[in-house]
Design a protein around this ligand. Structure first.
Ligand code: ADP
Length: 460
C-alpha cells in the first residue's frame, strides 16, 4: 500500500518537473536571444556596408561633381569668349570700350559672375563696383597674365577678392590673331557643395530606406536559421535532464534494497529478535553479501564516471592483445571452473600489436567473459576467437530477448533471475566506454536459448 502511494508521489513529482522543464524551454524559445543576436549582427554588417558605400560615394561623387563643374565652367567661359572674339573680329566693329552692358546680360543669364579685362588691364564687371587690377592678389594677377599669353586657366586665386570660396576660369579674347582682353568667369564653390550635399542627402535617405527594408529579410532569415537550432538545443537539454534524473533514480533504486536489508538485519540482531546461532550466522552472511554488492556498485559507478570523464586519461602503450586475452581468460576460468565451463580459445593470425591501456582492456574482456560464464548453464563452454582484427566471445547460454538486446550496453540495464543476483547493470556500460576509448567497435548478437556473441573490431 505504502509502495503504491510512494509510486504515485514519484510520478507526480516527475510530471511537475517535466512541466517546469517545458515552461523553461518555452521561455528559451520565446526569448529567442540567439535569433536576436543573429539579427543584430546581420544588421550591423549591412550598416557597416552602407557606411562604407556612403563614404566612398561621397568622396568620389564630390570629386566628380567639382571636376565636372569646373569643366563646364571652363567650356562656358571659352564659348563666351569665342563668341565675343568672333564679334570683335567682324568687319566694321572697330573696338569695344565698354563691356558693362554685355557683361550684365551674361551675368544675368549664366548665374556666374563675369569680368572682362582689356589690354590696358582695366577690369569691366556687370555691376557698378570697380576693381583695379593692381588690387588683385598675386595669384589672381598670374592667372590674368597667363590668359593674356593665350592660355585658358582655372584657379581658386580670386577667393580673397570675391570674399567667397570660388573657382575662376580665365580665357583670352581675340581680335583676329591678337589677344585684346581676358574673359574671367567666377563660380562660387558653395553652389557645387550645395549640390553635393543635396545628392548625399538623397543617397542617405535611400540607404536608410534600404536598411529598413533589409531588416525584414534579416528578421525572417535569422528566425528561420535559429529556430531549428534552438529547438534542437532545447531537446538536447530535455534529454540530458531526463538522463540525469534517470541516473539518480537508478542509483537510488540500486542502493535502496541492500541498505534496507542491511538495516533490517542489523535491527533484528540489535533488538535481540534473532538469537538462534544458526539464524544469526545466516543474517551475517546476508549482510556480508549485501555489503559486497554495495561495494561493487560503488566501485563500478566510480569506474564508469571516471571513464566517461574526457579529462580522465587512459594509458597509451604498446600491448599484445593475445596476452591481454590470455590474462582475462585466466581470471574468468576461476568462475568457469565452479560451473564446470570450459573456455576454448582459438587465435587465427591475430593482429596482436595494439596501443592502449592494458589494465582497462583486460577489464573489458573480463566483464564479457564473466557475463558469458554467468549466463551459461553448467558443463557448457565459452569460445574466444581472435582472427585478424576481430575478437569474438561466444557463449551457449540463455541468450538475450531481441527487445532487450539494443539496451544491454545502457547503464543499469540488467536482467534479474537466479544467475544475476549480484549484477549491477554497469558492466557492459563500462566495457563499452573502454572500447570507445580505444576506438574499438563493440556489438552483440544473441538468440534466446542458443547463446550470445560479443564482437570487437579494431583498427590496426
Ligand atoms: P550485469 O551486472 O547485470 O551483468 P551488465 O551490464 O554486465 O550487467 O549486463 C547487462 C545485462 O545484459 C545483463 O543483466 C544481462 O541481462 C545481459 N547480458 C550481458 N551479457 C550476457 C550474456 N553473455 N548472456 C545473456 N545475457 C547477457
Amino acid at each position: 500500500m505504502l509502495n503504491f502511494k510512494e509510486k504515485i508521489d514519484e510520478k507526480k513529482e516527475e510530471i511537475k518537473t517535466r512541466k517546469s522543464l517545458f515552461s523553461r524551454l518555452r521561455r528559451v524559445i520565446m526569448s529567442d536571444s540567439m535569433a536576436q543576436k543573429l539579427m543584430f549582427y546581420f544588421f550591423l554588417v549591412i550598416l557597416i556596408f552602407a557606411l562604407i558605400i556612403s563614404a566612398a560615394f561621397t568622396s568620389i561623387f564630390n570629386k566628380e561633381l567639382i571636376d565636372s563643374s569646373r569643366e563646364e565652367l571652363e567650356a562656358r567661359t571659352v564659348a563666351f569668349s569665342k563668341s565675343l572674339s568672333n564679334y570683335l573680329s567682324t568687319p566694321g566693329v572697330s573696338s569695344v570700350t565698354n563691356f558693362s552692358a554685355y557683361l550684365k546680360v551674361l551675368t544675368d543669364t549664366s548665374t556666374n559672375d563675369v569680368w572682362i579685362i582689356d589690354d590696358t588691364l582695366e577690369i569691366f564687371t556687370a555691376g557698378n563696383n570697380t576693381i583695379s587690377y593692381n588690387d588683385l592678389p598675386k595669384s589672381a594677377q598670374t592667372i590674368v597674365t597667363d590668359a593674356f599669353s593665350g592660355k585658358t586657366v582655372t584657379s581658386e586665386g580670386f577667393t580673397s577678392v570675391l570674399k567667397t570660396s570660388s573657382v575662376t576660369v580665365a580665357t583670352p579674347i581675340y581680335r583676329g590673331k591678337y589677344v585684346i582682353g581676358v574673359m574671367v568667369m567666377h563660380s562660387p564653390v558653395s553652389g557645387m557643395n550645395k549640390m553635393a550635399t543635396n545628392s548625399l542627402k538623397i543617397f542617405l535617405i535611400c540607404i536608410i530606406g534600404a536598411l529598413l527594408i533589409s531588416l525584414i529579410p534579416a528578421v525572417l532569415l535569422s528566425k528561420r536559421f535559429t529556430n531549428p537550432i534552438i529547438l534542437k538545443e532545447a531537446e538536447e537539454k530535455l534529454k540530458l535532464e531526463q538522463m540525469r534524473r534517470d541516473y539518480v533514480a537508478n542509483i537510488s533504486h540500486e542502493l535502496k534494497t541492500p541498505v534496507t536489508v542491511l538495516r533490517g538485519s542489523l535491527e533484528a540482531l540489535v533488538d535481540g529478535v534473532i538469537t538462534e546461532e544458526e539464524d544469526v550466522k545466516e543474517y551475517h552472511q546476508q549482510m556480508l553479501h549485501e555489503t559486497v554488492y554495495l561495494q561493487r556498485l560503488v566501485l563500478d559507478l566510480l569506474d564508469l564516471s571516471r571513464l566517461q570523464n574526457t579529462g580522465f586519461e587512459i594509458q597509451h602503450e604498446p600491448v599484445s592483445l593475445t596476452q591481454v586475452l590470455d590474462d582475462a581468460i585466466k581470471s574468468g576460468e576461476k568462475l568457469a571452473q565452479e560451473k564446470n565451463i570450459v573456455i576454448n580459445k582459438s587465435y587465427n593470425e591475430p593482429k596482436d600489436a595494439f596501443v592502449g591501456d592494458y589494465g582497462r582492456l583486460r577489464q573489458m574482456f573480463i566483464i564479457i567473459l564473466d557475463n558469458a560464464v554467468k549466463f551459461s548453464n553448467e558443463n557448457s563452454s565459452v569460445d574466444v576467437i581472435f582472427s585478424s582484427n576481430r575478437i569474438h566471445i561466444r557463449d551457449y547460454g540463455c541468450g538475450i530477448e531481441p527487445e532487450r538486446l539494443p539496451y544491454i550496453f545502457e547503464r543499469f540495464h540488467k536482467s534479474g533471475g537466479e544467475n544475476n543476483k549480484t549484477g549491477s547493470g554497469l558492466g557492459l556500460a563500462i566495457a563499452r566506454e573502454i572500447a570507445h576509448r580505444h576506438n574499438i567497435k563493440v556489438s552483440a548478437r544473441s538468440a534466446v536459448g542458443e547463446g550470445t556473441e560479443f564482437r570487437f573490431e579494431f583498427n590496426v
